[in-house]
Structure formats: C-alpha cells, structure tokens
Design a protein around this ligand. Sequence first.
Ligand code: ADP
Ligand code: MG
Ligand code: MG
Length: 884
Amino acid sequence: TKWVYGFGGGSAEGRSDMRELLGGKGANLAEMSNLGLPVPPGFTITTEVCTAFYDNDRAYPDGLEAEVEKSLAAVEALVGRKFGNPKDPLLVSVRSGARASMPGMMDTVLNLGLNDETVEGLAAVSGDRRFAYDSYRRFIQMYGDVVLGVDHYHFEEILEIHKEDKGYVLDTEMGADDWQVVVQGFKKKVDAELGRPFPQDPREQLWGAIGAVFGSWMNARANTYRRLHNIPASWGTAVNVQAMVFGNMGDDCATGVCFSRNPSTGEDRFYGEYLINAQGEDVVAGIRTPAPLTKIEREESGSDLLSMEEAMPGVFGELCDIRDRLESHYRDMQDMEFTVESGKLYMLQTRAGKRTAKAALRIAVEMCQANVISREDALRRVDPAQLDQLLHPTLDPDADRKVIGMGLPASPGAASGQIVFSAEVAEDWVHNRGRKVILVRIETSPEDIAGMHAAEGILTSRGGMTSHAAVVARGMGTPCVCGAGQVKIDYANKTMMSGGVTLKEGDVITLDGATGEVMLGEVATLKPDLSGDFSQLMEWADGVRRLKVRTNAETPDDAATARGFGAEGIGLCRTEHMFFDPARIISMREMILADTEKGRRTALDKLLPYQRQDFIDLFRIMKGLPVTIRLLDPPLHEFLPHGDNEITEVANAAGVAEVVVRRRLLELSEANPMLGHRGCRLGISYPEIYEMQTRAIFEAAIEVSKDGGDPVIPEIMIPLIVGKKELEILKAVIIKVAGEVETEKSAKLEFLVGTMIELPRAALRAGEIAEEAEFFSFGTNDLTQTTFGLSRDDASRFLDTYISKDIFAGDPFVSLDQEGVGELVSIAAERGRKTRSDIKLGICGEHGGDPSSIAFCEAQGLDYVSCSPYRVPIARLAAAQAAL
Ligand code: ADP
Ligand code: MG
Ligand code: MG
C-alpha cells in the first residue's frame, strides 16, 4: 500500500476525485497543483493510515516512516530548504483533512520545525527577528494546545501580563525582544505543566503533530459533529504536511478567505475577507476584524479598512483569475484560503463552498442557465433538507422593532428566543424545558456545536462572516448575527448590554440573520417568498420526478399552505383532529358516554353537519385533487375529560351524574391504548361512527361537485386492520351508506376504499387484503412502532444510547428503517400488486418528508409520498433526486 501522496511544483500524485483516500483538503491541494496554481509543496498521509492506526491499537503501519521521509525530502528539494537546518530551516504546517469537511473539528499546527536554533536561522534569513519570534510563539502556543494539551489560556495569560507590564494595548506594539521574552515564558509554562521541556527536535515535533491529528479524529467534539452529520467514524482523516508560507512578514503580506460567489445570497460576485500582516487563523478566530476583499464590498459595508482590491491590486488581480479558473474547473462555487508572502500569492485550500439554501438555489439555477451545469446537476446541487430555511418566516417589515444592536448578516432567517450565554444552558433549556433560545457568545468554538444546534439563533459580538459561528450557523440553517461589536457580553453576571439596554438571561430578543439586526423582544414575521429561483428549481424537479407528493392535512389552513407549496392532494386527513374543537367535543363526549346505539346516533347526528362542512372546505381547497380521509383512529378515551372540573362540565352538558362519567372513564381506560380499542376496531364495535363519517364525506363530495370543475373522488381509508375480514365488514358499511346517499340526493358517487398498512400482520396478509382494498397507504409511524415494539412517545429516553452504541444507525421514526420496516413495505407492495395490479400505493408517515426514505419509496415504485405541508417542497426535490 502507498501511504503518502506528494504535491507541489506544478504536479501531484493525487487528484480531486481521490478524496476518500486523501481527504477533501489533500485531494484539492493535489488538484490545484496539477492545475499549475501556486500551492506550497507538501504531502498527504492517507485516510487509510488513520484506519490502520485505529485498527492496530494506535500504531502506524510499516513503511509509513520511510515514505514520510522520502516525501519530506521532495518538499525540501522544491523549496530549497532543509527541515531542521539551523541556518535556513524548512517550516511546515500539519493540517487535518477528512473526506467531508468538518469545520474547526481538527486543529492545524503552523510553523512546525521551529526551535531555539532554527528560530535564529529564520530571523537571519528573513532579516526580521520580530517575525521569527512571532512565528515561534504562535507555534509553541498551537503545538502546546493541540499536541501537548496545555490549554491556550495559559499562553494568553502570559502574553497579556507582558503587554500590561509594558503598557501595550495591541499585539502590533510587540517587538522582537518582547516576543522573545514571551517565548521564554511559554516554554517555561510547558515545562511546568508537563514536567518535561518543549520538544526541540523537529522530527519529534512532526510526529507529535501527525499523531495529534489522528488522535483528534476520535475526540469528543469530532464525535459530536459526526453524529450530527451522519459521518461514519470508519472514514478516518488524512494528514497534510505542507511547506509554510508567511502572511505575517510585513505589510506586503496577508492572509484571507474568499468565496467565488456570495455564500449568503448566491450573487455571482467575488466575496471575501483578508487581513494584512497576519497568519491563517487570525481571520477565522475573530481576534482582529478582517477587511473586505473587494472595493464594492467595502463601500457597501461602510468598512473603514482598505479592501485587498485597493491595497494590493496586483495580487488581487491574480486571485480573481484563480477564482475564475477554480470555479470553471470544479463547476461549483468555491471556498478558498490564500496567503500572500512578500507580494506573492499562494493558494492553501479550495473546496465547494458551504452556502445558505437561498444561495444554493440561486447558484444552481444560474449555473444551469449559463450552461455550466446540466439541469440534473442543478437538481443534485441543492440539499432538499436545506430548503426548509426558505420556507420559514422572515421579519415583517411593517412590524414594530426596537433595534438595539447591529452585526454582520451571517446566516439568514428571523429568530426570536430567550437569551442564554452558554452552549450548555442552551441545550438544557431547549431539551429539558422546551424553551426557544438565542445563544449569545463573544465568539463560538467547536465545543459549542450541540448548543448551537439547539438554539433558534446565534449572536456573537466578535468575528467576521467566515468566523466559526457564521460558518457553522449557515451549515445548520440557523439564523446568525455575528461580530456585533457594540454588544457587551458579561458571562459572569449573565448579562448583555447593547443600545443602552441591559438584558439578562431569559430575556427575549429577535435576530434578523439577513440584515444583521438585533432587536428587543419578539418581532412579527412574514411568510416566505417562493418565486424566482425557488419556483424555477421546483419546476425542473417536477419535470423529473415520478413520485407524486401529497400532504398530511386536515385544517383548511394547512391544506392551503400545502397547496401553495405544490401538494398534489391529501394523503392523510386525520378526522379525529376535527373533533377537538370546543363546539364539537361536547357532542363527541356525549356520543362516547352514551351506552346505547340510539344514544350514540343522536349525538353523531349533531356531529354530522360539522364534519360535512370540514370536508366541503377541504374539497374546495383541493379542487378535484385526491383526498384520502382516514376514519376515526385513536382510542375514545382521548376525547374524554381529564380532571375534576372537566368531569363536572361534561356531566352537566350531557345531563348525567358525575359518577356515570367516572364509570365510563374507567371502562374505557386501557393498559396499553396504543395497542388497544382503536382504529378499525372502533368501527367494528360501533359502525354508526364510521357511518356518520362516511355520510359526511359523500354529502360533501356531492355538494362540492355542484361547483363544477373536476369531480371529487374521495379515498376512504380504514386504519389499523390486521387482515381482510375487518376491511370486508367496514367496506360493506361504506357501500351501504353510499347507496343511501345516492338515492337521497339522486346523484352518482365515485370513491375508493382502501386501508392503512401499519401493522406487520397486515403487511404480510397484503395479498388477501388487496382483494378488498383499492389502495394501501403505509402508515410507517405505527408500522415502525409495531415492527420494533418501540413506543414513539417513550423511545427518546434510550434512543440516544442505542444510536451512540451503533445499535441503530439513526432514529427510525425520522428515517425509515429500510432493512426491517422497509422489508415489510416491500412485501406488502409486492403481494398487494399481485392481487390487484393497479393498486394505488403511498406512504403517509413522518417518513414521507424525509429524503432518504423518499428514495426508498421511489425504489419500491410507490405512487406517492405524503408529508406535512412545510415538507412538501423538500419532498418534491427529494423525489426528483431519487428519480435521477
Ligand atoms: P481548517 O481545516 O480549520 O480550515 P487549515 O488546515 O485549512 O484548517 O488551516 C487553517 C489556516 O492555516 C489556513 O487557512 C491557512 O491560512 C493556514 N495555513 C495552513 N497551512 C499553511 C501553510 N502551509 N502556510 C501558511 N499558512 C497555512
Ligand atoms: Mg482551511
Ligand atoms: Mg396509525
């Protein structure tokens, strides 16, 4: 096996399509070298070494050391310096690089190879002692922190004390001697903390850093990130060792981060930030506020810092050319890192840039219209789950708002919530107390990931558009305002001060991630605009997909929203939701309390007009599109009163004694209602309930058909059957009612009768069931519960443990368990079709809006998926991707 791949000097052993082996960073460094771009030479230790390392009790594979030596020698030859040479040392960076980018998860060590001797050599060669010692102190701090585990605050403290002693405010006031003193302090600190000196041997440093990168693959932060993003631990990370170039050698040096298009809006305009006389992390760390790359950006943002375009026009021009080359080469928006050393430009990284949903849509649509990518590629480029960001509200421009602060518009969307000042509190309040929070931090770091995930929005007082908070928030689709400098945050007292107000933990603010505004209290929001790029991409998706997309809706509001999002029918209308209305619940309870059929029918007669009106409203909104209506499903006790007051109320309303109500409550109570007297079992016991519902449906259909237009063809669905017999009995009830209504109204009815497949037995007996059923709808929520024997309401207590122990790949209620539940779906589909070749098949569980479950439905050849209204666009795109 080859363990190490070199790059640099206009060629490379690797390529961009080798990211599995070389990691994203390594593969693209190789590709940029192959393209002849100015990349400092280096080499990549493969992800296979990482895997071997962990398989082999943290030992390196044979032959690795020799390969590293050989590659190091090649770098030395290209640069013309030797690693560890005290006169003119080669310095390197050691950088991690996983297959999928994991921002901030792995730490980079810069300036490696410096020691007490080589630092003098560097000073002599560069003619700049200050630069040499500045580099050395950075190295000791990074190496100390990342490799040796000496926390960075120890180093910061030493620096702060030195500056205080000297009366300095800024790092720039530090001279060569100052840095040298600080370096002495740093080394002493390491010695004191570890009981051994800071390693002086460059080779020991190199292997220490390589080991730290591989070690960090399994640290807690990386594990959390992988879990949140479904990245398997088995992928491993690569390590890149690369010759250093210096952005901190003076005012003709700089370092920066840029995007070939705007990652927030998608606009086709070069976008980025840079810092003069600085090294890598400085831009992202938020220590100094970076300047805009372009002149126009500076003008628009009102920044008083000179743009790179103005400060370094020549290098800026080169960077623009590289932007064009990389974007047309990769045919996608690129996120690039660069450094300028004494007026010469070097590229240090490129990758497909993370972007907001809005930007993803715009870029995909514009690149397709410019014939850079195909329509299929455009559809693949947008992550369906990300569309969610666009479907949610933005601030109502007419709403009153009291702006108390302003920062950078780092990730769009409006969010309100209670402020908290730590990631732990954010998690606790959200998960244990059901609160909505805004996480307020001076800056964020990878330890904060879980809290950032829990928060509705993120506010930081420091850092630019490419700071950790901004990058992570955009990736998660969480609204974020960052670098709001006038917001003063006091962690100790848990307060923030801004715009003349002091807020404490728990106070409510609103963020607008599209403008950067921070507002007091909760501000009203508006529905999103779904025209333009959104409707264009959706149109392309609709042209490609085979699966129909319906919605789960019972209220006119939900149905209308879903229609607006492009739903092609209702796949699940849950009639029980219609009975909780205060005006109806009385009659419902009267019906349940009645102990004779006659009593029940009297109460049901009162419910009939309400129920009929519900269906009239729904049918009108759906204008002839299919509507699947599920007859009453939950156990009756769910409608009964809880608590003494309610019992008295119901007894009075029904004109019975309280004891009667209490007795009935006892009679109806079940040890395990989920598996109890519910679904079609109610219809079998009390057919009059289903008769009333069916009559309401038919009468509504006839009423709405009078409007003209397409006829209403209701699909009546029987829940929770275990076999053919129940369906046979209940279908007869439906057909009888249809006959009656047809005679009474002298009209002709068209309708379908079908069933949910939501119990394993029903899935297995699907062949017979299809003799009666004209359609199946897979109720995968119940089917998952009953296949796993796992209650959806209680599983959360141990689900995390199951997932972290790798027993479950994920939450089976979110993504369909294709192996088990999926096999039942597939058996039922096959057996159903064998009996009735044109049987309609759909899915109506939560899974109907989950992209990977939708891909499964496509593979099974189902006719449609049905999901909640806000997931309809997601399902349309996911269905298109599944069909590509
Ligand atoms: P991350 O994955 O967190 O982005 P990187 O490995 O890209 O970490 O390193 C962070 C920064 O360090 C880079 O953006 C770059 O500015 C700087 N850096 C890395 N390698 C070098 C190098 N060889 N020369 C100069 N700067 C470097
Ligand atoms: Mg980087
Ligand atoms: Mg069910």
